[in-house]
Design a protein around this ligand. Sequence first.
Ligand code: SIN
Length: 513
Amino acid sequence: MGSVIVVGTGIAGLVAALEASRTHDVTLVTKSELAESNTKYAQGGIAAALFDDDSVESHIEDTLRVGAGLNSRRAVEVLCSEGPDRVRDLIRLGVAFDREHGELARGREAAHSSSRILHAGGDATGAAIEAALVLAVRESAARVIEYAFVKDLVVSDGRVVGVDVIAPAVGARRLEADSVILASGGAGQLYRHTTNPIVTTGDGAAVALRAGAVLSDVEFYQFHPTSLAVPGNFLISEAVRGEGAVLLDADGRRFMTDWHPDGELAPRDVVARGIARQMAAQGGVPVLLDATALGASFLAERFPGITGVCREHGLDWGSEPIPVTPAAHYWMGGVRTDEWGRTSLPGLFAVGEVACTGVHGANRLASNSLLESLVFAWRSVGMLGQPWPDTAALDDVAPIPSSDTRADLAVTFTRRELQQLMWDEAGLFRSGEQLEHAAEQLGRWSPDDSGSVTAQENANLLDLSRVIVNAAIAREESRGAHYRSDFPITRPPFARHLEWAELAPARKVTVPC
Ligand code: SIN
């Protein structure tokens, strides 16, 4: 029986572990408890063409339009055509998606041409999926190791054969297996404001980069338009705008139609930048999301989680608009994979947010991420034990400037300093000048060498920040979530992926779409 280590316990890791446990010896490793992950906080839902008035083609077209010319068409076709069956698998597993009159209920989110978003528990979709999968994994043969931080991948003869972990209970330990599936999620903690939980420090992408895997599209970070403007930036689902809520400026005027004919339901990057511009124009004061027309009882039933959090903050969103602000939400870039989750390093798979399958391109269509995790985690298991294909040739590698660190000048930094720098200089709006400043600052920082998990997470955040900033410098155009105020338009020569391998000095490969 072959063996596999799965890293991470969001939807991607749990699905991979569950599927693989039918045929393989599985060790599932997570740095927190089994049920903690970004998945748990997903509200809006999971998009799939499951209804008679919808089609796979339409879902494909919506995904490509939002991705701004950088999607891999083949990966999108896989996502949208296999998605419905994988969602049916979840239903069979016991995920109780909400129903209306006995039929699956469906919501609408920005840039979808059809109402195709399934939800559960109103706005607790991720929690419902996570709970069902955790239960199934606990009943499976998979071995679970909680509170184990993956420090690095183990590479032998050019193949990934395990992970080095630090676990408080057992100390430093090497786990070996025939393959490793990284499903360790995103990196929201790169930014001062994020909807992501504290565990999202990009560890998977950082260890893969250090091991020599290719990263792709790292400059594309999605900012969710509406998080509650309170500490913690609790997500206010796009589904709220899908139900008809509108955005107001400080004078109570709807402003999004100034920026896009679809107003509040324009693509996510357009809405996020519209809000940020409006906030700048009104001295940093958050804009308002007005859901009052939906009625307090509808809001409480359809969005019980948001209603509860508003109440905790003394807000009654059934009777008054609530303050909202953009926050870092989802990383489109990550470890480059093929349509089976295979990375450029033999033995290493990546699925879910840590991966860059090419599904999202320069911007992710709302509610496509749970679906991507589900589809590609399932597919990756089908490739366990199969011969590894030829990996990307790295012959066209060009050295790029500004990535060298100055060990002689290095000073330690705090996570808050890094998050603020990334928010200010590599966030919703970027310019060459800001990015060069960020690159210089990042080059001066070095992580503390205490060896603690926090120090290692910070080192991972630093490595990823450097690559993201370098990629953002190299992309002299605006496309999708990457907006350069000094290059405000999309430029056809940049309709290609920027790929990165090896950390120091960072190397860049450009690959046509
Ligand atoms: C939301 O509920 O707005 C989040 C959905 C997503 O990020 O896909």
